[in-house]
Ligand binder design. Structure first.
Ligand code: NAD
Ligand code: UDX
Length: 455
């Protein structure tokens, strides 16, 4: 029986391994983590992350051929294939702080694999890593004296949060990078076989290691670039009364451009986009490609501009003062269908509003716990409220920051009746029926569209 180990039971490791286990009942999959609380949660009825459909996939395989454990050493010893899916956040210290990837967790894994292994293994980079990391991993793994052979593959993950299970079940593609040597290609075939249990062969792309590593960073950079591009045009729309929805439709019907990822918003968030672009920027700088680095850095700058622009507009429209005003934030997660708030635009928006001495009430169906931690230092001016009606009661403004489906079907007449007049609504996701809200009496401001005001 093939034995797989995954180091890192996070948003990627957990769901990805659960899907591999579900589709390969004859393969034993163990997911380990150094965080005991996380592993306990994976073994409980309350999984550590919220993803639609995840409970069902985990329940089907857990205890059969899917196991969660903190015994990293035993896992390494027994495994034929080891996926490394640990966090690779942006470095916060020393050289490259704020830009380079922090590779300490990844390197610890490589060293531990080398130390514990007594049999040959395929080591798979699942984490998102700078291009040519596999070379460093090989250098560490091949520094041993036990005669154990390691073959390193790159197999980046493209799932998006909130749709992780659907993305894993029907991926656009699986990418596997390996060396062109016979051993490298044998390892690639092993991984192809694993995914081939449910992914059509033509969707499994095999490349060299470096192309695979770089493709992951490039995919995220391109996706984020589309959001920054449409957001940049949204600023121009607001200045000219063009409508960003109409512009996006007009350009998106060009088959060369395509309609996806053209939704203007308060900004992109999530644990990956900013981190991976900065990682790319740092790499380019390292190779002396300063113009290339600057080109991509601008995608992040544009995102920060969009977030700040949103708050600046709130301030300007609310008579240039929001001190002491109650403002309800509808949504704190970085997108709908996730409780994750990492790099959520809501964090910067909330902080800037607090700088203006606003009183904030935050509501979100999944992310309140994280929101509390994110704003721990400004907590005296912030309340957290699970009921959006209560959150909006007595507020001067509602700012919608996450496109939760349930926010569409709220009784906005009831919300309006409970608010201080004139009531303002800022839709940071162009998610609501603006004409209807305006008819109720709201002054409505959205992204890249003319304001609908009553004065
Ligand atoms: P995460 O922070 O949710 O999980 C990483 C886990 O690794 C943590 O639970 C941590 O305790 C564990 N860990 C750290 N060192 C360890 C060690 N030595 N042994 C065992 N476990 C260890 O991170 P994530 O969101 O799952 O992301 C993992 C990687 O996948 C990152 O490189 C990320 O860029 C990439 N990625 C993330 C997403 C996403 O949507 N979150 C999508 C694609 C790729
Ligand atoms: C992203 C990539 O999509 C995924 O392939 C990769 O593996 C991890 O990073 P994720 O960050 O989970 O996934 O979510 P995604 O759907 O890409 O959204 C990222 C951010 O962009 C969110 O804040 C979202 O609201 C925003 N966004 C997305 C827009 O503002 N407009 C859009 O049109 C699309």
């Amino acid at each position: 029986m093939t034995k797989i180990l995954c180091m890192g039971a996070g948003l990627v490791g957990g769901p990805t391994m659960a899907m591999i286990a579900r589709k390969n009942p004859a393969v034993q999959v163990t997911v380990v983590d150094i965080n005991r609380k996380r592993i306990d949660a994976w073994n409980s009825d309350h999984l550590p992350i919220y993803e639609p459909g995840l409970d069902e996939v985990v329940k089907e395989a857990r205890g059969r051929n899917l196991f969660f454990s903190t015994d990293v050493e035993q896992g390494i010893r027994e495994a034929d294939i080891i996926f490394v899916s640990v966090n690779t956040p942006t470095k916060t210290f020393g050289h490259g702080a704020g830009c380079a990837a922090d590779l300490q967790y990844w390197e610890k894994c490589a060293r531990q694999i080398l130390e514990i292994s007594t049999s040959d293994k395929i080591v798979v980079e699942k984490s998102t890593l700078p291009v040519r990391t596999a070379a460093a991993m090989e250098r560490i793994l091949h520094s041993g004296k036990k005669g154990v052979r390691f073959e390193v593959l790159s197999n980046p993950e493209f799932l998006a949060e909130g749709t992780a299970i659907a993305d894993l079940d029907k991926p656009d593609r699986i990418l596997i990078g390996g060396h062109p040597t016979p051993e490298g290609q044998r390892a690639v075939r092993k991984l192809v076989e694993l995914y081939g249990a449910w992914v059509p062969k033509e969707k499994i792309l095999t490349t060299n290691l470096w192309s695979s590593e770089l493709s992951k960073l490039t995919a995220n950079a391109f996706l984020a670039q589309r959001v920054s591009s449409i957001n940049s045009i949204s600023a121009l729309c607001e200045a000219t009364d063009a409508d960003i929805g109409e512009v996006a439709r007009a350009i998106g019907t060009d088959s060369r451009i395509g309609p996806k990822f053209l939704k203007a918003s308060v900004g992109f968030g999530g644990s990956c986009f900013k981190k991976d672009i900065l990682n790319l920027v740092y790499l380019c700088e390292g190779y002396g490609l300063h113009e290339v680095a600057e080109y991509w850095r601008q995608v992040v700058r544009m995102n920060e501009y969009q977030e700040r622009r949103f708050v600046a507009r709130m301030l300007k429209e609310m008579f240039n003062t929001i001190a002491g005003k109650r403002i309800a934030l509808f949504g704190f997660a970085f997108k709908a269908d996730t409780g994750d708030t990492r790099e959520s635009p809501a964090i910067l928006v909330a902080r800037e509003l607090l700088e203006e001495n606003a009183d904030l009430v935050i509501t979100d169906p999944q992310a309140l716990e994280h929101a509390r931690l994110d704003l721990a230092d400004g907590i005296d001016r912030v309340t957290f409220e699970s009921d959006p009606y209560q959150a909006a009661r007595g507020a001067h403004a509602v700012a919608l920051l996450t496109e939760w489906r349930e926010y569409r079907t709220l009784d906005y007449q009831r919300i309006f009746d409970g608010m201080v007049q004139p009531a303002f609504l800022f839709d940071g996701r162009n998610h609501l029926d603006h004409a209807k809200l305006h008819a109720i009496g709201f002054n409505v401001y959205s992204i890249g569209k003319a304001a609908l005001k009553h004065f």
